[in-house]
Design a protein around this ligand. Sequence first.
Ligand code: MG
Length: 369
Amino acid sequence: MKITRVSVWQIDLPLTEPYWLSGGRLKFERLDSTFLRIDTDEGLSGWGESCPWGHTYLPAHGPGVRAGIETLAPALIGLDPRSVDHVNRVMDVQLPGHPYVKSAVDIACWDILGQSASLPLWQLLGGAEASPVAVNSSISTGTPDEMIALINAAAEKGYTVHSAKVGGTDIAADIDRIEAISAALPDGHRVTFDVNRAWQPATAIEVLNSVTARDWVEQPCETLDQCAHVAGRVRNPILLDECMTTMNDHLEASRRGACEGVKIKPGRVGGLTRARQIRDFGLSVGWQMHIEDVGGSALADTAAIHLAAATPDANRLASWLCHYHLAIDPVPDQGARNLDGAATPPDLPGLGVTPDPDLLGAPMAIYGD
Ligand code: MG
């Protein structure tokens, strides 16, 4: 089987409401997503999506996805898409780094691999069944009362796990947020306080040694070095997110005891192939993991949910679904959706999400024949 054509769509994904994180210094209103379809000489086609969460969240850029695919496409034509590791090696030779570009290509190759084997991705990724995965809410930064109201509204939709965005220059305000939210959680609910790298190490140590809450704290500072310094001086379990890109980052975090868990996002690490490798490393060192994508529609969310569903319960905390923050749905009624606080991956062969090109409009680029 050979790749004959790569088609690319740019899709604007407006958020239903402006979203603030990192202590209010980062605001998001619209995501720039790229849909990609790979066609083959045997009639199978696969879909992928890469959608950075804006361009201030990670070193990833919506237009950069399309520019990178333009560079990679000539090397992809003629490859067997089922040889996912080989496809990744070719991409790494042609364009070192830029994992967010490669994620859409890699997911589309997995989609074709699954269809050719007549197996859903959760099974190809090692799962025993299409397990429902706990879905977490995402609570934008605000006053304690505003954030507790958002958590209660999420609880009414079935969410039992929450990610509350904190982190700012006002230490007392962060202490208030954490203590108030932790105390107000409905029975049986869990929360992670996501700092999105806003604190300096001294701030993180002061805040976390001032609160009585012992909930998870995510990405307290910018770098792995800073987070490792903090992790050794506080009692809260630490989850790392933005500073973790390569396998080496994960090896280093484990060696240094910098965290008890990580977020694994295909769009940040380079697709399902890399995300699976990191997931397996996480299992070997006993991490607890969130497996979800950086952003995007139900297409990107579903790819991540397949991997999450193939991960043992004991090593899986929850997954966030970006598509509930979007004002439009480019793949209506398809893919993993929140049902009473859990999402189950499709049982169809491959990814199980097939966008209707008529809904997407004309592709902005077609490479190959
Ligand atoms: Mg995070």
